[in-house]
Ligand binder design. Structure first.
Ligand code: BGC
Length: 351
């Protein structure tokens, strides 16, 4: 099990107003609540089913590995923890959930392929009398209200992505207009590379990164806003095309996650541009490759998406349910802004 990181976490101000990237719809509100903590007891014969939307996702790989290690450290047997790869296909994942139900698992931890399928998933799982912990892809507010109204053993564990978007924007603001406004027109020209819209994190990061700029009084000019589906190769292509189309006009590249920022960096370097000198680049997650880039100056900054805290909270919530206890309906955590100043500390933690 990796080190705990909760002690270094920062609390950021949550903002209610919405802005858009290159024109997105407003987001719904999400309330926060106390977390869960689990007591002792024998868990070695309890069965846990875990559904991950897609094993090839870099961030969810860190998450699921930590989740498994932590569940074992809390007393579950390795052979009683089954983790299924949804392969980014809801029908596949639904079949896996059916199998877990048929297998009589004691609790399910689900990272849905389509968060919009949460209602159907909840009905199925609650109907089978199995407690449910959603992770990473937050169901909408109406769905979460249903859990509460019905007193169901269902919860969501995740971080509020508005905070990560705000941190991305603040890292650009902190550089100062004179540094970032390379063409001297008084505006920040940026491109946005968005994650898969099935995770509300994509929408929030897009909105709140730009909002941090405008809140600081900066004028912005969105040159391109495209969906890279959290994928490095897709982002590389998007940014290569944007650099071909807009060239030196692009001052900032916002990527909703680090995998896409790594793809963006490949495109930036191929185009002969230099991060920190003639373009700025930010991501989210704090993957170790991205942290190395932040240290080397080839990425302006990233935001630590705390997979330790999220996986531990998810496991603790599952344990509470298994022991007949209850959980808050929303269990949150904080992001951490990462610049050259603290990248080594975060790297030491995640490695
Ligand atoms: C992470 C992404 C990841 C996505 C999966 C986000 O919170 O930042 O890296 O691809 O979750 O749903």
């Amino acid at each position: 099990m990796k080190k705990k990181v909760i002690s270094i976490l920062l609390v950021a101000t949550m903002v209610a107003a919405m802005v858009t990237g290159c024109g997105n719809s407003p987001a719904s509100d999400s309330s926060s609540n106390d977390g869960a903590s689990a007591g002792g007891g024998d868990l070695s014969d309890k069965k846990v089913g875990v559904c991950i939307y897609q094993f090839s996702d870099n961030f969810m790989t860190l998450f699921r590995e930590e989740l498994e290690n932590y569940l074992i450290s809390q007393g579950f047997s390795k052979e009683n923890i089954t983790i299924a790869d949804g392969a980014n296909d809801q029908a596949t994942q639904t079949g896996q959930i059916d199998n877990f139900i048929a297998d009589n698992v004691d609790v399910l931890i689900i990272n849905p392929v389509n968060s919009s399928s949460a209602e159907t998933i909840t009905d199925k799982v609650v109907g089978a009398g199995i407690p449910l912990v959603y992770i990473n892809r937050e169901p909408d507010a109406a769905e979460e209200k249903r859990w509460e109204d019905n007193g169901w053993d269902v919860t969501y564990v995740g971080c509020d992505a508005r905070q990560s978007g705000t941190f991305q924007g603040e890292m650009i603001v902190d550089l100062g207009l004179d540094t970032v406004d390379l063409n001297g027109d008084g505006k920040i020209q940026y491109i946005m590379v968005e994650g898969d819209p099935e995770n509300v994190d994509a929408q929030y990061r897009t909105e709140f990164s730009v909002k941090a700029l405008t809140d600081a009084g900066l004028e912005v000019d969105c040159l391109s806003d495209q969906v890279g589906n959290w994928q490095q190769d897709q982002a590389q292509q998007i940014v290569a095309n944007a650099l071909g189309q807009f060239g030196n006009d692009i001052e900032v590249v916002f990527c909703n996650n680090d995998a896409m920022a790594l793809g963006a960096l490949q495109a930036i370097e191929s185009a002969g541009r230099t991060v920190g000198t003639d373009i700025f680049l930010v991501g989210v997650d704090a993957l170790s490759e991205a942290l190395e880039d932040v240290l080397a100056g080839t990425m302006t900054g990233t935001v630590f998406n705390d997979h330790f805290s999220q996986s531990h909270s998810a496991a603790d919530a599952a344990i509470n349910f298994v022991k007949g206890g209850s959980n808050a309906y929303y269990i949150g955590c904080d992001y951490v802004k990462v610049t050259q100043d603290n990248a080594q500390d975060i790297l030491d933690m995640v490695k």
